[in-house]
Ligand binder design. Structure first.
Ligand SMILES: Nc1ncnc2c1ncn2[C@@H]1O[C@H](COP(=O)(O)OP(=O)(O)OP(=O)(O)O)[C@@H](O)[C@H]1O
Ligand SMILES: [Mg+2]
Length: 263
């Protein structure tokens, strides 16, 4: 081989190598990007998980400390019966708060882990709504509120009645608890375009626009009423788990949450 031919060959091989390397790098680049994005997502999830545990522990700590305080006060033998009764009332309030919180936390973590089992069966949505609404009679009377039902007949659907009832309870509880006394609550059912919906409407003060996209986040509470902020997070996760969704529309004097499910 002459010197010139050798040089050309070396140059060719060199260029080939560079091109080959460049092509391989081009092919690998998207994969590396995906890996990078994946690890960023994992890091974000890890931060979210840590945040969740920190907030949950804080929420649990508050009633436990409060219970400890009341138990200490109750140990005093000289307490008069009225004060003792008042303290015992606080104890049972805190116990109820702990019970609700532990059930809610368990539900939410099961939902997020995809481990919540649904038991679908044929259900009359009207009947189910009526029976959930009836549970609220004492709470309605205590808040001087009214609940009206506008139910369509023959609303048989296949769904898990326990979980649909749970969503309705969360929505009615909010319509009652996050509004002033004397509120009017309207619960209605409807069917359109292959979907069924249950709406819970109230004529309370409404939810400020800037809060509307946060109310479904776990632990988000928008007002001074004492709740853990888990209700709507659970309700929307449950709705999605049932291939449905939860919507909200609110303005001063009117708030409507709607559960939409496949017919
Ligand atoms: N019908 C409503 N009217 C006004 N504000 C509402 C209504 N429903 C929900 N909200 C707002 O949305 C927030 C989140 O509701 P969510 O049910 O998730 O939590 P919570 O009721 O505060 O606590 P929890 O349900 O865990 O006891 C509430 O704190 C409240 O500010
Ligand atoms: Mg709530």
């Amino acid at each position: 081989m002459s010197l010139t031919a050798g040089l050309w060959l070396a140059l060719g091989l060199g260029l080939g190598g560079v091109c080959g390397g460049w092509l391989t790098a081009r092919r690998l680049l998207p994969r590396i990007r995906r890996l990078e994005e994946g690890s960023e997502r994992i890091a974000q999830l890890d931060t979210a998980r840590k945040q969740f545990i920190a907030t949950a522990s804080h929420e649990l700590r508050t009633p436990i400390f409060s219970l400890g305080g009341f138990v200490e006060l109750l140990e005093d033998d000289d307490l008069d019966p009225a004060t003792r009764r008042r303290f015992l009332g606080h104890v049972s309030e805190q116990l109820e708060r702990l019970r609700k919180l532990s059930v809610d936390l368990l539900d939410l973590s099961r939902l997020e882990a995809g481990a919540l089992e649904l038991r679908p069966e044929e259900v009359d949505l009207g009947e189910l709504t009526r029976s959930v609404a009836a549970e609220f009679e004492p709470a309605l009377a205590a808040r001087d509120a009214r609940l009206e039902l506008h139910l369509r007949r023959h609303m048989e659907i296949v769904c898990d009645p326990v979980r649909v009832a749970q969503i309705l309870r969360i929505l009615i509880d909010n319509a009652l608890g996050h509004t002033a006394a004397g509120t009017r609550i309207l619960v209605s059912t409807g069917r359109s375009e292959g979907r069924v919906h249950v709406a819970v409407h109230d004529d309370g003060a409404g939810i400020p626009t800037e809060q509307l996209n946060r109310i479904f986040e776990p632990f988000y509470t928008g007002d001074a009423v004492h709740g853990s902020g888990l209700g709507l997070a659970i309700a929307s996760e449950l709705a999605e788990r049932m291939h449905g969704h939860l919507t909200v529309a609110s303005e001063p004097g009117s708030t409507t949450f709607e559960l939409v499910l496949e017919d």
